[in-house]
Design a protein around this ligand. Structure first.
Ligand SMILES: [Zn+2]
Ligand SMILES: [Zn+2]
Length: 246
């Protein structure tokens, strides 16, 4: 399994990266985890969008889903899409929310996407076995575990401290975890992880490797890494465009 970072800037696009988006591939099958602001542009430098077999949206905050709008334009008008609806897994209401984001009249998108609602039930997606859990976030958000070829990748989406996310990540080879909050006192619960909390989740779950992501442009990346490494030494910061073998 391989994951390529399309965008990793937390809470919105930054000066050197689009917002959240990760391309995961195994056995010739490609699934895109999130498609945040700016990510569709960079995606085209990394992969032909026609080769994306499915989309997975962890939640419907703008920094995780808004570049679905240019994907729709490309799919309908470029002449390069497969002209088949692309499976899109997302929380309930994604069809209406994305239609409104694309165009104010909210006209249906069924020609572009085959919508599937995330319910917490496991499912198969190409070569991947997929498990999800609700995270601790102000809107419905689903962390995801992808397993294929005996390897597992867990992506937190956005979450505050969560035992459900730790259980989902139990024994995973790679945990791709958000680390949006600086390690300062008084932060709101149920929103984001700090670097230290991301490290604590990785340690509690016994994962092999921790990839830190979703650091906002206004937060010190090196401080996030140092905080995570203090509790989980095998932590790294992801870089836009970088590829990681799982
Ligand atoms: Zn976010
Ligand atoms: Zn969010």
């Amino acid at each position: 399994m391989r994951v390529t970072v399309v965008g990793c800037s937390g809470s919105g696009p930054g000066p050197t990266s689009p917002a959240s988006s990760y391309l995961v591939e195994h056995d010739g099958f490609r699934v895109l985890l999130d498609l945040g602001n700016g990510a569709f542009g960079t995606l085209q430098a990394l992969a032909d969008p026609a080769t994306v077999d499915a989309l997975y949206l962890s939640h419907l905050h703008a920094d995780h889903c808004l570049d679905v709008a240019p994907f729709i334009v490309w799919h309908r008008y470029s002449g390069r899409s497969r002209r088949q609806p692309v499976p899109l897994y997302a929380p309930v209401g994604a069809d209406r929310r994305l239609a409104a984001a694309y165009y104010g009249d909210g006209a249906p998108l069924e020609d572009v996407f085959d919508f599937a609602v995330l319910t917490g039930a496991p499912f198969d997606l190409g070569p991947f076995q997929v498990q999800t859990v609700r995270t601790a976030h102000p809107v419905e958000c689903h962390a995801v575990r992808l397993t294929a070829g005996g390897r597992s990748l867990v992506y937190t989406g956005d979450t505050g401290a969560s035992t459900a996310v730790v259980e989902l990540a139990r024994g995973a080879d790679v945990l791709l975890a958000e680390a949006a909050h600086p390690d300062v006192p008084g932060l709101p619960p149920g929103l984001h992880l700090s670097g230290r909390e991301a490290g604590e989740h990785a340690a509690a779950a016994g994962v092999g490797r921790l990839l830190l992501t979703h650091v906002p442009a206004w937060v010190d990346r090196t401080a996030q890494l140092a905080s995570a490494r203090a509790v989980f030494p095998a932590a790294e910061l992801v870089e836009p465009g970088a590829t990681y073998d799982v």
